[in-house]
Every structure is written in structure tokens, then in C-alpha cells.
Design a protein around this ligand. Structure first.
Ligand code: HEC
Ligand code: HEC
Length: 114
């Protein structure tokens, strides 16, 4: 193998490494934490169940900078890192962000309800 070919192969290898690192960064930087690995977070349950613990008035409310949507499974991956979006899941549920003064206030501040 000539020096040129060896260099070209090294270049391709390096490009592959950079691409893999980039994909990893992209996947983790999008910011939606994965679901904890426990029964409370089984992906088979309805989003309304999630709000039983994560609504504003529940024990573990979502942070004030949370996205204005209630279709949890569109963003939060399961404990294995798999995204399992539910087709047609409503983006706004009773007890969800629209009933949360902080989150709803953010929507108003952004101009209009989403
Ligand atoms: C019985 C109460 C309960 C239910 C039901 C519940 N959660 Fe949680 N959730 C918690 C608690 C407590 C924590 C924080 C402690 C932990 O990490 O286990 C948490 C953590 C989380 C986190 C953050 C994980 C992290 O690493 O920061 C996400 C995201 C989340 N829940 C989403 C959901 C979704 C989506 C559902 C519905 C499938 C749901 N939760 C159902 C109690 C609940
Ligand atoms: C549009 C995407 C999206 C949807 C839909 C969504 N989330 Fe989140 N969630 C995020 C992002 C991004 C974060 C991290 C940013 C933040 O903390 O505000 C987050 C953070 C959280 C946290 C806090 C984790 C922690 O460690 O503080 C909880 C709990 C949570 N989400 C629960 C839910 C539940 C329950 C639903 C459905 C009712 C839901 N999320 C729907 C994107 C989403």
C-alpha cells in the first residue's frame, strides 16, 4: 500500500471518529433527561399518570424552564435510551403545563398560547 493510500485511510478513520463523537454529543445535548429505570416510569402508562407526580401541584413538579408540552414520550427516552414517541399523544393535558401558572406564564410571555 502506498503512502497516499495509507494517509487517505487514516483520514477516513479520523473523520469517522469525529462523526461518531458528534452524533453522541448531539444526542446527549438535546437536554431531555431519560426516564428513571423503575415501575413509575414504565413507558406503557398514560401521560396523565406521569402528571400525577410531575404536575405543578404534585410532589415532583417539572422545572420552570420545561418545554410547553405534555406528550412526555416524544422527548424523554426510556431507561435504555430509546425514544418511544406515542403517535397522536396530546401535547396539552388537563393538569399539564396549561394549568401550571409558571409554565403557562411563560407561554403568555412568549406571546400567545401554544
Ligand atoms: C409515583 C410518582 C412518579 C410517577 C408516576 C412518574 N414519576 Fe417521574 N420521577 C419521579 C421522581 C420521584 C423522580 C426523581 C427521582 C428519580 O430520578 O427516580 C422522577 C424523575 C423523572 C425524570 C427525570 C429523570 C432525571 O434523570 O432527571 C423524568 C424525565 C420523569 N420523571 C418523567 C416521568 C414521566 C414521563 C412519567 C410517566 C411515564 C413519570 N415521570 C412518572 C416520580 C414519578
Ligand atoms: C418537547 C419535549 C418534552 C416534552 C414533551 C416533555 N419534556 Fe420533560 N423535559 C424536557 C427537557 C428538555 C427537560 C430538561 C430541561 C428542563 O429541565 O427544563 C425536561 C425535564 C423534565 C423533568 C425534570 C428532570 C430533572 O431532573 O429536573 C421532568 C420531571 C420532566 N421533564 C417530566 C416530563 C413529563 C412528566 C412530561 C409529560 C407530561 C414531559 N416531561 C414532557 C423535554 C420535554
Amino acid at each position: 500500500m502506498g503512502a497516499m493510500a495509507a494517509n487517505a485511510r487514516r483520514l477516513i478513520w479520523a473523520a469517522g471518529l469525529v462523526a461518531a463523537a458528534g452524533v453522541g454529543l448531539w444526542a446527549t445535548s438535546r437536554g431531555s433527561p431519560s426516564l428513571p429505570d423503575d415501575q413509575n416510569h414504565a413507558v406503557s402508562q398514560a401521560e396523565a399518570k406521569c402528571l400525577g407526580c410531575h404536575a405543578r401541584t404534585a410532589g415532583f413538579p417539572r422545572p420552570a424552564d420545561h418545554p410547553l408540552r405534555d406528550d412526555c414520550f416524544s422527548c424523554h427516552r426510556d431507561a435504555r435510551g430509546r425514544l418511544r414517541p406515542r403517535p397522536g399523544a396530546p401535547t396539552s393535558l388537563p393538569g399539564g403545563w396549561r394549568d401550571d401558572p409558571v409554565l403557562a406564564g411563560r407561554a403568555a410571555a412568549k406571546g400567545g398560547r401554544e
